[in-house]
Design a protein around this ligand. Structure first.
Ligand SMILES: Cc1ncc(COP(=O)(O)O)c(C=O)c1O
Length: 433
């Protein structure tokens, strides 16, 4: 019998280096089986918050394994999931009163989209079933999540199976969609969304956005006013706002949730990645009471018929509860501020560099858009930069020509500086390519 070979995600065996075997994680570091230590500069796909193998989270999971591994959440409940609902209630915007658990970021998005469409169905306006999303958006790899994500090499093969979505401009100031300069613009790009809603609000259920920061689309940071204008347009035209905080949630942007920078409250919010401190798979969709109440009633088609086998898994909830306790007992936001300050200083030093097209930052997320003729996810600089950083003992996975840092909050300042030194050095080599 031949053993099964692994099929790795986002991996092209004809081009990409062989996967690196990791045997241990601790703090900001990953240790390889050949004795190397890598700095996890991207928090293992933006998930890890408090460092790998944080003792409190690991102990909480171990403790939970002694009591209850798993139980379905249909008709049953348990203490870790109830505790997590209470804990999230203390940090989420106050208009969000209900929380629905799933497995990951993509399912958190699928749930939000389905809730939005069924909300209007249940409230007697079934024609409101279309979704509006933003250019450069990314919301996951399942079919609904791909549909709302912008066209890209990721979803090119599946065009025929995606549902149609109207796409509004995003505030990508470096390549302004309406040809303005940030210094003098009045967030004119947001008018496009308003026009779409004015024209189609009778048929539009929801607008979905990654608030303030579009991650996989290239770490695009939006002005706060853009999100405020999105909120205003949704309220004006009676359309639900879905905030996909899968990446931006849990402190990444310097506030617990990105929406809070703008004082914006969405009707639905998607969470995952950092919810468990980045340790276990868990997704969640938070909703307002108005949305939840539309699903309550004796008619058979009122119910939200959606649930995944591992919805609200007790081990994942135990990890998430421990992560929230870390927020309450450790100086998490001081750590975030320390990384933020280093990013700011190092990005300022790179501005004007001939290989730098744009620099962007929000909280612990910092990005450099390298000026190359082949900009985009498939840019030729991607793989060479990835290898360059690995040789220096730093895990960074450029999004095409966008090099970014999203470190765990506990990254030691000298390690963060070392990562920036490597980026500065890499930019010199880009010039020589
Ligand atoms: C904003 C956003 N939404 C959804 C997802 C999908 O999450 P997952 O990979 O856990 O399915 C991602 C993943 O990167 C994301 O950045």
């Amino acid at each position: 019998m031949t053993p099964l070979e692994l099929w790795y995600p986002f991996h092209q065996p004809a081009r990409d280096p062989a996967p690196i075997r990791i045997v241990r994680g601790e703090g900001a570091y990953l240790y390889t089986d050949d004795g190397r230590r890598l700095v996890d500069g991207i928090s293992s796909w933006w998930t890890n918050l408090h460092g790998h193998n944080h003792p409190r989270i690991m102990a909480a999971i171990a403790e939970q394994t002694r009591r209850l591994d798993h139980v379905l959440l249909a008709g049953f409940t348990h203490e870790p999931v109830e505790k997590l609902a209470a804990g999230l209630g203390r940090v989420l915007p106050p208009n969000l009163t209900r929380i629905f658990f799933s497995d990951d970021g993509s399912t958190a998005v699928e749930v939000a989209l389905k809730m939005a469409v069924q909300f209007w169905h249940n409230t007697g306006r079934p024609a409101k079933r279309r979704i509006v999303a933003l250019e450069n958006g990314y919301h996951g790899d399942t079919v609904g999540a791909m549909s709302v994500g912008d066209d890209s090499v990721f979803n090119e093969a599946f065009g025929s199976m995606l549902f149609p979505v109207e796409r509004a401009h995003s505030a990508y100031c470096y390549q302004c969609p309406v040809g303005k300069k940030r210094e003098s613009c009045r967030i004119d790009c947001a008018d496009h969304l308003n026009e779409i809603l004015e024209r189609g609000h009778d048929e539009i259920a929801a607008v979905i956005v990654e608030p303030l920061l579009q991650g996989a689309g290239g770490m695009i940071v939006h002005p706060i006013e853009f999100l405020q204008k999105v909120r205003e347009a949704c309220s004006r035209w009676d359309v639900l706002l879905i905030a996909d905080e899968v990446f931006t949630g849990f402190g990444r942007t310097g506030r617990m949730f990105a929406c809070q920078h703008a004082g914006v409250e969405p009707e639905l919010m998607c969470l995952s990645k950092g919810i468990t401190g980045g340790v276990m798979a868990l997704g969640a969709t938070a909703a307002t009471e108005r949305i939840y109440q539309a699903f309550v009633g004796a008619e058979p088609d009122r119910t939200f018929y959606h649930g995944h086998s591992f919805t609200g898994n007790p081990l994942a909830c135990a990890a998430a509860n421990a992560s929230l306790e870390i927020f309450e007992t450790e100086p998490v936001f001081e750590r975030i501020a320390a990384s933020e300050a280093i990013h700011r200083e190092r990005l300022a030093a790179l501005r004007g560099h001939p290989a730098v097209g744009d620099t962007r930052q929000l909280g612990t997320i910092a990005a450099v858009e390298v000026a190359t003729p082949d900009a985009g996810y498939t840019s030729s600089v991607k793989t060479s930069l990835y290898r360059f950083f690995l040789d220096k003992g730093i895990l960074l996975r450029p999004l095409g020509n966008v090099v970014y840092l999203v470190p765990p909050y506990i990254i030691p300042p000298d390690e963060l500086h070392r990562a920036w030194d490597a980026i500065a050095e890499a930019l010199h080599s880009v010039l020589r390519m």
